[in-house]
Design a binder for this molecule. Structure first.
Ligand code: ADP
Ligand code: MG
Length: 214
């Protein structure tokens, strides 16, 4: 579905070249739940940004098969500052939905349905500035889900969440989004203990290379 072929990614700054990936081959199949663990700076966000085409490789190719296109991919970044803080949850979600040309039918009921997953339905008319960072993170996942993605890229979504929310989110993504709704997932984390289920495709990033997690 998404194929990386000999991908090289470097960043050039004033006085150094940072080599993130060299000759990376990787395939994401429809229905996959891929987990990637690596310490800060190992390239997790770079990998997701390459999939979403926020950045481009320096060499090699990343291509999509016919079953998906760019607008089927939703990316939940680590940056929580991309909302209008003086607008409500609903106003934000309506605004971001207006930017994509997917179905807007029953959109308000979809917002409520998604807020309910996270027990946030009471916050629909709350100003974003009055939410905790964990709640903002959940709203950013909802924003991604409202675009009806076939592929969901989750960048360290459990960091800064309390234990209860972390395990809820992990189960929700696995059971509801991946298994029930058949959304393909790429989940990054710096917590090795988030990778325990043995039916996942799990990788660690070491020395700029992906290795099967063991
Ligand atoms: P992770 O998400 O695993 O913490 P990143 O993908 O953000 O890692 O970063 C990988 C490496 O690339 C790090 O060394 C980081 O400092 C560097 N890097 C990331 N983005 C940029 C950028 N825009 N310019 C220069 N270096 C960058
Ligand atoms: Mg990152």
């Amino acid at each position: 579905m998404i194929i990386f072929e000999k991908v090289k990614k470097i960043y050039k700054t004033n006085n150094q070249i940072i080599n993130v990936f060299e000759n990376l081959d990787f395939t994401i199949e429809s229905g996959d739940f891929i987990k990637i663990v690596g310490p800060n700076g190992s390239g997790k966000s770079t990998f997701l940004k390459l999939i979403k085409k926020i950045i481009l490789p320096n060499q090699g190719n990343i291509y999509f098969n016919d079953d998906i296109n760019h607008s089927d991919i939703a990316y939940v970044s680590q940056n929580l500052r991309s909302f209008f803080l003086n607008l409500t949850v609903k106003q934000n979600l309506l605004f971001f939905n207006s930017l994509n040309n997917k179905s807007k039918i029953n959109f308000e009921s979809k917002i409520l349905e998604n807020l309910k997953y996270f027990n946030l339905e009471e916050k629909i008319n709350t100003q974003m500035s009055n939410l905790s960072s964990g709640q903002v993170k959940k709203i950013s996942i909802i924003r991604a889900l409202l675009s009806n993605p076939k592929v969901l890229l989750l960048d360290e979504v459990t960091s800064n969440l309390e234990e209860k929310s972390r395990s809820f989110l992990s189960d929700f993504v696995q059971n509801e989004l991946n298994k029930a709704q058949n959304i393909s997932i790429v989940w990054t984390t710096h917590y090795p203990n988030e990778i325990k289920q043995n039916n996942e495709k799990s990788y660690s990033i070491e020395n700029n290379m992906f290795k099967k997690f063991s």
